[in-house]
Structure formats: structure tokens, C-alpha cells
Design a protein around this ligand. Structure first.
Ligand code: SF4
Length: 509
């Protein structure tokens, strides 16, 4: 059997022609020819001037897409790029801010907004699965040749986001948030069963340290490519001096037979060897910092008890605490006075049983369904019980789309109770980054990034375009979820879903 190969190439800047040559040479070396429906999945979780290092750059994608065109076989029916960006944001807005539209137009490449596509059910069979099936947008399910183009970044939930973690964007909002909790690594490992890429090319020219939405730029100057996702992620881990087996989703995918992590089982080629790549990445910081430590020295005191016991975790790495870290960093970008404006606030996660050092009048927020506390706050007895629902009770077929304007109203309603009391729970599992941004906006009377005047017009335009399209599909009876057996996955049982916004009105107030 062919050994997995990882190719490490030097690339000092975002020159599309240079990336094209590197990607074409890699495709030649790996003897790969795009065919049928070829789909490229970037990481476009957030983009634009406030998030310059969070996403796969369009120059990089242009190079890879041109190389795929160069190497296409006569059977190529479609070359497309598809993504679901960070939840609640229209993917149209993320693509617009990332400048993907002019790039795709120049190249004649189709764009898929996964939040507007029919969702296809893919059954899982491996014994360790969290669920019996996962949903994914139809273009992913029917792709004949799948190309993963992630961004080389650290991650506060999963340590790193390389190739495998990029799969969180092959689900729409309804399904992405299910199991996005203390078992997130298992979810990412399960997502591997949907599809495996024939080719991977990561944007490591300017990598992202520390966080995933607002990473600190790290001049790595590398384009890394390969043909096996586990081997690829393992080599990326080694480049930053991390044991790949310490990253749970990589370990699980390896144990399930998706590929090797042992360097002796991987061919590493290119114009830099592993030691040279490691020298470039020296000092790269990953993102696994507990929330208590993250907020030390600020007006926010965080307290984290364990999440529910399934999975045996003592901290919810994949859910609410990490979302709070991302939320504060976003707010700091939009409002430089964030830290000074924020009053003393106490935020509690999980089943916490230590002291809460709140003075009378200071606000205490219990974040997430699993928050539980029986004790004193500012000298008064407080009892908060968990309202966590076991994941077995969460049916993906009943998952609802969460609209950003609806979230603003809901979070606002939750926090209004803080006017008359000092304690509030914000429900959800997870409470998303967007909701925690909105909560902090209210608590600190900060600028709301969703209403930022420099972006209000394109955001609203993309939002209305997105919602109008999905609404028209329903009104016109277009089979929004027209899924039957896909051409490529003809053996897969599939199931129709209602449109993602069927329960959410278009009107906003
Ligand atoms: S409520 Fe939040 S902290 Fe608790 S399990 Fe869910 S995601 Fe984790």
C-alpha cells in the first residue's frame, strides 16, 4: 500500500503563482488528478480586516485552484469551493470579507455556501461513535475529489486546528453545535467518517498562534501538502513540537485506522526537512489555556467545575469556557476600552463547588446548561442546578437554526434579569461565542461588533440575501433538501431535513 506522504515547501509570501507551482508539483508527485465533482474546503471561520489571520487567504486558494485546474483529468465536471463559516454569520459575508468572490469569478470556480445547501445524512458504523449518523451539506457528500485547504492555527478547544479540525465547517449551524462540548474531539474524529480528502494543502505562510478567531500572526513561511489527513496533522504537530497523540481527535482518528502518526510510517519530502521546519516554528504557542488562567488579572473572574461525567473529562475543553476566551478577544478588537469598561464580573462554568469571590452588587453569570452551584455568593445562599440534557435526548432532526438577531434578543432578555438581581444563568450547550460576545457587550456596555458601522451594510446585505434565498426555496417548494442517493455515495441512506430556517422568521426587530 502507498505510504502517506507529507510535502513541506518554503513559501515566503502570498504569491498565487508560487502557490500554484508548489501545489501542482505536489499533485504531480502524489500522482493526483482532480476529477468529477472536485470540492475545495478552506477555513473561512471569520475573515476581513478584524480577522486577518483567521482564514485561508484567497491568494493561497487561487494558487491551489489553478493547480487543480492544471492537473484536472477530462472527467472533471465541476471545480468548487465550499464552506460554512463561524456560526450565525452568513457565509456570504465571510466570503465577501475574505475576497473569495472576485477570486472565484476570475477562475470560473463555483462557490457553495453550506448554510444554504441541502443537508445529507451520512450513517456511522464505528463502535466509538457519538451518534449513529451525521449531517453534512450535499456538495460534501457527493464530492468525487475532496481537497482540504485549512489554515495553520492554534485552537483554544482542540489545541490546534490543522486538517482534521477544519471539518467543523462541513456542518451547518444546526448540526455543528450538537456535541460541541466536552466531547468535541470525538465529534471531530467522527466527522472523518463523512469524507476523506485526496489532497490537503495548508496555508502556513502566516500561521496563527494562540487562538482561532483572533490568532497572533506567526511568520512560518510554509506550504505543507499531503494525501493522508492523520499523517498530515501528525507532521504539523511535530513541526510545532507537539506530540500528535496528545491531540485527542488526531489520536482517535489514528486509532480508528485513518492513518499513521508514527514518523517512520510517513514519507516526508520537500525543500525543508522536518528539523528545518521545526526551527522555523520554534516558539509557536498553542491554545489550550484554562479559563481561570486566561482571565487572571482582568475584571472577569472565571470559575470552572467539571462538565457532565460522560467521557470522563474534568474540564469542558470543547464548549463554553473556550468560547468566552474567543469572545473577549473579539471585543478587544472592536472596543479598545473593553477591559477598562468591564465591571467586576464572575463567570461560572460546570459543576463548581469552590468559593465565588463576589462582593455585594457584583454580577455573577452561570454560563451553560451544566453550570451547577450550591453555596454562598456575597454572603447569601445560592442554589443553581444543572439543566443539562443528555446528548442522547438531542435529535439532530429537531435541531433548530439559531439566528443572530434572535440571539441578541434572547441574550438581552436573559441579562435584563441582572438589573433586578446580581445572578443570572445563560442557558445553552454550548453557549456559543456569539452569545458570549453579546453577553459581555451587555455586561460591560461595550460596542456590539454585530452592529459595527463599518460592516453593518455588507453584513445586513449578506444576511438578507442568505435568508431570502432559503425563504424563497421554501415558498417556491424548491426541494431544499432534495437529497436522494448521491452519485458518489449512492449506497448511503439519506434522509430529508426541513430547511434550516423553517422555524425562524425572516423579520427582525
Ligand atoms: S453547557 Fe457548556 S460547559 Fe457545560 S457541557 Fe455544555 S458546552 Fe460544556
Amino acid at each position: 500500500m502507498k505510504r502517506p506522504t507529507v510535502i513541506i515547501r518554503e513559501c515566503p509570501d502570498y504569491d498565487p503563482e508560487r502557490v500554484r507551482v508548489l501545489a501542482r508539483e505536489a499533485l504531480e508527485y502524489l500522482d493526483l488528478h482532480p476529477t468529477g465533482r472536485t470540492l475545495v474546503k478552506p477555513n473561512c471561520v471569520a475573515s476581513g480586516p478584524h480577522f486577518p489571520h483567521a482564514y485561508t487567504r484567497p491568494e493561497f486558494l487561487e494558487g491551489v485552484l489553478r493547480a487543480l485546474q492544471d492537473r484536472a483529468d477530462p472527467g472533471l465536471k465541476e471545480l468548487a469551493l465550499g464552506e460554512r463559516c463561524g456560526i450565525t454569520i452568513p457565509t456570504r459575508f465571510a466570503f465577501d470579507q475574505a475576497k473569495y468572490y472576485p477570486m472565484a469569478k476570475r477562475l470560473g470556480v463555483k462557490l457553495y455556501h453550506f448554510d444554504e445547501e441541502p443537508q445529507v445524512q451520512v450513517p456511522l458504523y464505528h463502535p466509538e461513535r457519538l451518534r449513529d449518523a451525521l449531517f453534512t451539506p450535499e456538495p460534501v457528500a457527493r464530492a468525487d475529489f475532496f481537497v482540504n485547504c485549512p489554515k495553520f492555527k492554534a485552537h483554544p478547544w482542540t489545541t490546534v486546528t490543522f486538517s482534521m479540525k477544519n471539518y467543523i465547517g462541513i456542518q451547518d449551524d444546526r448540526h455543528r453545535l450538537i456535541d460541541h462540548d466536552h466531547r468535541l474531539n470525538e465529534k471531530v474524529a467522527d466527522l472523518q467518517a463523512i469524507i476523506q480528502p485526496q489532497f490537503i494543502a495548508i496555508d502556513g505562510i502566516i500561521a496563527g498562534e494562540g487562538r482561532m478567531l483572533t490568532p497572533i500572526p506567526f511568520d512560518l513561511g510554509l506550504v505543507i501538502m499531503g494525501d493522508n489527513q492523520v499523517a498530515f496533522d501528525a507532521v504539523c504537530c511535530h513541526i510545532i513540537g507537539l506530540d500528535p497523540l496528545s491531540v485527542d481527535h488526531i489520536r482517535m482518528a489514528h486509532e480508528r485506522g485513518y492513518g499513521p502518526v508514527d514518523l517512520d510510517a510517513i514519507d516526508i519530502v520537500g525543500d525543508l526537512d522536518l528539523a528545518q521546519a521545526q526551527a522555523r516554528a520554534k516558539g509557536f504557542r498553542t491554545g489550550l489555556i484554562r479559563v481561570e488562567d486566561y482571565f487572571e488579572g482582568t475584571n472577569i473572574s472565571a470559575y470552572a467545575g467539571p462538565p457532565p461525567t460522560d467521557g470522563g473529562h474534568d474540564y469542558c475543553w470543547g464548549g463554553c469556557p473556550g468560547a468566552l476566551e474567543e469572545a473577549i478577544e473579539i471585543l478587544r478588537l472592536y472596543d479598545t476600552g473593553t477591559d477598562s469598561k468591564m465591571p467586576r464580573v464572575h463567570i461560572v462554568f460546570g459543576a463548581y463547588d469552590g468559593p465565588i469571590n463576589a462582593q455585594p452588587g457584583e454580577k455573577v453569570v452561570f454560563m451553560g446548561d451544566c453550570a451547577r452551584y450550591h453555596g454562598d455568593v456575597a454572603g447569601k445562599p445560592v442554589q443553581i442546578d444543572s439543566i443539562y440534557r443528555d446528548r442522547s435526548t438531542k435529535d439532530p432532526l429537531e435541531a433548530k437554526h439559531a439566528d443572530i438577531y434572535a440571539k441578541m434578543i434572547t441574550v438581552g432578555m436573559h441579562l435584563r434579569t441582572l438589573n433586578s438581581a446580581d445572578i443570572v444563568r445563560i442557558a445553552g450547550c454550548p453557549v456559543s461565542v456569539a452569545e458570549q460576545v453579546l453577553a459581555l457587550v451587555k455586561l460591560g456596555k461595550l460596542r456590539n461588533p454585530y452592529l459595527d458601522p463599518t460592516q453593518a451594510l455588507p453584513f445586513t446585505s449578506c444576511y438578507l440575501s442568505w435568508r431570502t434565498r432559503t425563504l424563497m426555496s421554501r415558498i417556491l417548494g424548491v426541494p431544499y433538501n432534495k437529497v436522494g442517493p448521491t452519485e458518489r455515495g449512492a449506497a448511503r441512506p439519506v434522509q430529508n431535513l426541513p430547511p434550516p430556517d423553517a422555524d425562524t422568521p425572516l423579520e427582525v426587530s
